[in-house]
Design a protein around this ligand. Structure first.
Ligand code: ADP
Ligand code: MG
Length: 353
């Protein structure tokens, strides 16, 4: 009995607060990219995969953060000269440009100075003057980023970039590559609101991913049953401040310079794991992150039209301000409604009914 307690105590101590191992399960909780993260992996290779995941996300944070003064992005934002940023950053900027074009500018990393004007980079929140926003918006737009050869990037004067809407998604693509390299066949990764599930749970059932109720942090609008998939949620409830009785959140509509108010309270975008999973290039995780931000900006009508266009292959769950949950038909068998949530549920199909 005593030996049992000693062993149990050892396990607790060894587990510590941040990492844990139980019956082939390896797990780490960590903080990076301004948010809480968890990786849980099973089977042989899980231990090194978990360690490498934490190191990899921290590496990407140091590379892509705009609040860390020594990151490549901060250096790019500070300078006016051409800069060689390395192919990894170049590829990510190129993906960002592609998603900006695809979403008609709803996703736009050059929104950076506007995000700063609202105080979201310093936590000194304020409602900027319209004249200030008007001036800043003249520096917003993909045309102000020039992607040259040999990973040279040039930003026009007073243009800055913010990868906050895409970095966690890209990190999840990189984590998928690590898990694949280490032979992990079952894992769940939560980088803030960016989820990646690998394979199924060790018992063979699908992973369950809750879609949070934007109006109630303890509640869900439903549960997704997923295997080998990315699921990324953007919502105005994730980061905001209040002034004069009004709420201002961190997803900015590049068309107005104001927090997007287009009738949605959250957008979850779902896509399958990458086929070429060992490359670590921007893939479906990056796409889901860019699109969850963009579709939130677009609002219901444009988001549904964008999904119906079929140019990019993904599924989505939209939660509307007027109390509806819209689920695209590719998720019909994977989405479980939450009884008593108070929402009305609708399925969206390819052709308008
Ligand atoms: P979160 O970072 O909370 O997971 P998102 O992926 O939606 O949520 O990204 C929001 C972040 O992206 C903001 O904090 C800001 O840094 C940046 N951002 C805000 N508006 C836009 C936009 N329209 N396009 C691209 N990035 C944006
Ligand atoms: Mg995003």
């Amino acid at each position: 009995m005593r030996r049992f307690f000693a062993a149990a105590l050892c396990a607790v101590l060894a587990c510590g607060l941040t990492a844990c191992s139980q019956g082939g399960e390896q797990s780490a909780d960590f903080y990076a990219m301004d948010t809480t993260m968890n990786v849980t992996a099973y089977g042989a290779g899980a231990k090194s995969a978990v360690d490498e995941t934490v190191a990899e996300v921290n590496r990407l944070d140091s590379l892509l953060s705009r609040t860390r003064i020594d990151s490549v992005i901060s250096q790019l934002n500070a300078g006016t000269a051409n800069r060689a940023v390395g192919m990894e950053v170049w590829d990510l900027l190129s993906a960002a440009e592609k998603y900006s074009a695809a979403t008609n500018g709803a996703f736009d990393i050059t929104i950076a100075p506007v995000v700063s004007a609202w105080g979201f980079t310093t936590d000194h929140y304020q409602v900027p003057d319209q004249s200030e926003l008007d001036e800043l918006l003249t520096h917003v737009g993909s045309a102000h980023i020039h992607l040259g050869e040999e990973s040279i990037v040039t930003l026009d004067n007073d243009t800055q970039i913010d990868l906050g809407g895409i970095a966690k998604g890209y990190a999840s693509d990189c984590v998928e590559a690590i898990l694949a390299k280490d032979g992990v066949e079952s894992a769940k990764v939560a980088l803030g609101g960016n989820i990646y599930v690998r394979g199924s749970k060790p018992d063979g059932s699908a992973w369950r991913v809750g879609v949070q109720d934007p109006e109630n942090s303890d509640g869900f609008v439903g549960i997704l049953s997923l295997t080998d998939a990315f699921a990324v949620t953007s919502g105005g409830y994730q980061r905001y401040f209040e002034q004069g009785g009004k709420r201002y959140h961190h997803i900015i509509d590049p068309a107005t310079g104001y927090p997007a108010e287009n009738g949605l309270t959250s957008v979850t975008v779902v896509a399958p794991g990458n086929e070429e999973e060992t490359t670590g290039e921007p893939g479906h995780g990056t796409m889901c992150d860019a699109f969850s931000t963009a579709l939130f900006v677009m609002g219901e009508e444009k988001a549904v039209a964008f999904w119906r266009s079929g140019v990019y292959s993904f599924q989505m769950v939209l939660v509307t301000q007027d109390g509806r949950v819209l689920v695209t038909d590719g998720l019909k068998d994977k989405f479980e409604q939450e009884d008593g949530s108070g929402y009305a549920y609708e399925t969206i199909s390819r052709s308008p009914s």
